[in-house]
Design a protein around this ligand. Structure first.
Ligand code: DGY
Length: 350
């Protein structure tokens, strides 16, 4: 490794100037166009490289890394990493990194934008007006639901959940309830203006429910027909987490039968496919997974992923232990394909 430049694969077009930083230290194979890599293509690309920059489109597990004997670090450009099979990567000694923090506020902004759009029927109004249906101003046109003074429910209270709570409590005077694996420390609860609630209490008290939890096998379809039936019929549901958290058919059914007033989804179970049952509804806002999609934030995410990759490979200006390792136990146990020495990662001699 000392006498050989590492090889790095970049799975999707990102920001060229940021990715170009890698070229100072590595041989970079970049994917020129947005590409849906299937399992075989991923396996072939990963087989010859030391590191990879990937996104949520790239599903990587045991089969994809089976022939990747050189691969040491996978840097995911995203905070959610359910596209990566972490136990399989750990078993192979491959470090995985993600990009938390830099996207927190941008994603919270989008959550709030979707909430306002759905509750106040903004997209529906826009479509109705463009369709030429606005004959005369009327007192009862497009009546929606207030945000101010209402109860905001947040399922999942990590960084993004807390940023949404602050917006709701301090900006809109909302009462904020949250449910999480464990309650926040009291001082954090006070600062964000939120109170812990049981799952059922959250569902039944929320005027608006935002889903911000990481997707796991345990919370697959946690918002199903039973959960939806516990919500107020006047409520709004917003999902900016991962599609698998919501049973989309049950949601479409509740929205079309008046058991839920409105919803907004930024994520889907089978992206980029969106169910026709959802597309047919007027009381749902649908966006194409743009939670972190501001220019500044997407650039920051790519920069952080590049930094993580370089640090993991022990190269570049910040060579050393990458800050956002998801499976850090590998480094601590010495089972990673890289090792740490003097606080820095080094490539193990093979
Ligand atoms: C993430 O970071 O997990 C987002 O969903 C991708 O922007």
């Amino acid at each position: 490794m000392a006498d050989q430049r590492p090889r790095v694969w970049v799975s999707q077009p990102l920001f060229d100037d940021t990715v170009a930083q890698l070229a100072a230290y590595c041989d970079v194979v970049a994917t020129p166009e947005i590409t849906a890599h299937d399992s075989a293509a991923l396996a072939a690309q990963l087989a010859g490289v030391d590191g990879a920059l990937v996104t949520l489109n790239d599903r990587i597990g045991a089969a994809e890394v089976a022939a990747a004997s050189q691969l040491k670090v996978i840097a995911n450009v995203g905070v959610g990493y359910n596209n990566l099979d972490i136990p399989a990567l750990s078993a192979a000694g491959i470090l995985a990194t993600n990009t938390p923090d830099v996207l927190t506020e941008t994603t919270a902004d989008l959550g709030f934008a979707l909430l306002m759009a759905a509750a106040r029927r903004i997209v529906e109004s826009d479509r109705w007006l463009r369709d030429g249906q606005w004959g005369q101003w009327s007192f009862t046109t497009m009546l929606g639901t207030d945000l101010h003074g209402s109860t905001l429910g947040i399922l999942g209270m990590g960084r993004i959940g807390q940023a949404i709570a602050r917006r709701g409590h301090h900006g809109f005077g909302m009462k904020v309830l949250y449910h999480n694996r464990s309650p926040l420390p009291e001082d954090v609860e006070r600062e964000v203006g939120a109170r812990y609630a049981g799952f059922d209490e959250l569902l039944s008290h929320a005027d608006h429910l935002l889903l911000v939890l990481p997707y796991t096998a345990q919370n697959h379809h946690i918002i199903d027909a039973t959960a939806l039936a516990k919500m107020k019929p006047s409520a709004t549901l917003v999902n900016i987490a991962r599609g698998g958290i919501v049973d989309e058919l049950a949601l479409a059914d509740a929205l079309s039968n008046g058991r839920l007033a409105s919803a907004a989804l930024d994520v889907y179970e089978n992206e980029p496919q969106v169910r026709p049952e959802l597309l047919a509804l007027r009381n749902i806002v649908l966006t194409p997974h743009i939670g972190s999609a501001s220019l500044a934030t997407r650039r920051a995410m790519v920069q952080l992923a590049v930094d993580n990759l370089q640090a993991g490979l022990g190269i570049g200006p910040d060579a050393g232990r990458p800050v956002n390792v998801v499976n850090a136990d590998l480094l601590d146990s010495g089972t990673a394909r890289v090792a740490t020495s003097g606080g820095k990662t080094i490539i193990k001699k093979r």
